[in-house]
Ligand binder design. Sequence first.
Ligand code: FPP
Length: 239
Amino acid sequence: MKDNTQAAPRHVAIIMDGNGRWAQARGKPRLYGHRAGGRRVREILTACPDLGVKYLTVFAFSTENWKRTQAEVTGLMTLFKRYITREATALRDNGVCVRFIGDRIRLEPKLVEMMDNLEKLTKDNDLVHLTVAINYGGRDEVARATKRLACDVKAGTLDPEAVDAETLAKYLDTCVLPDPDLVIRTSGEARISNFLLWQSAYSEYEFIDTLWPDFSREIFAEILENFAKRERRYGAVAQ
Ligand code: FPP
């Protein structure tokens, strides 16, 4: 029998859920949980090279998260700016290449400028690739990609007969990234909430009860060990 078991997943994507409940359980405001969540991002990112993970993608703010209170939305945007300011030098010096996915049009110009600058600052790094999804939704991404593709067809630079899945993938925000091998969601919810819909067609999923601020390097390593035992067939039969 052919051994289809995997080594470490090359690309891990995480839905970081449970910050609000973690804070509420401590009688603190929700933003206290988001701040603790930000520290976990740093810890998990730092563990990636040792654990053999080359690409880490985290869902920081969805296209649906605008429905939260103004105070929480503003607080999260402030947290993203603070994260960029505080971490930029360490990210650059530690070999991290940072990218942002999602629609930037609705984000405040100052934040967009900081995101652009961090991408430029770290673009030549290749030890680990961190992708942060902000104002990201899978359906929105496919719709934006389709719009750009349609513009190229209209302009005569793309032959509609030549359009296939590979063509569309080139228009996605994630065009330079490999598809995620593993998607983790914390906090006990077993749904994907519009995250990397196209890219996760063949991903393995791991839903765990731990709230994101309680996630740790040890839990991460254990999930990766489980992943290594799984068999991935991509629609084929085991041989
Ligand atoms: C979901 O938990 C979490 C978010 C919507 C925000 C995630 C953001 C961070 C972890 C901040 C730092 C990230 C970076 C990269 C700077 P929730 O609020 O839905 O929790 P709940 O389900 O318990 O209410």
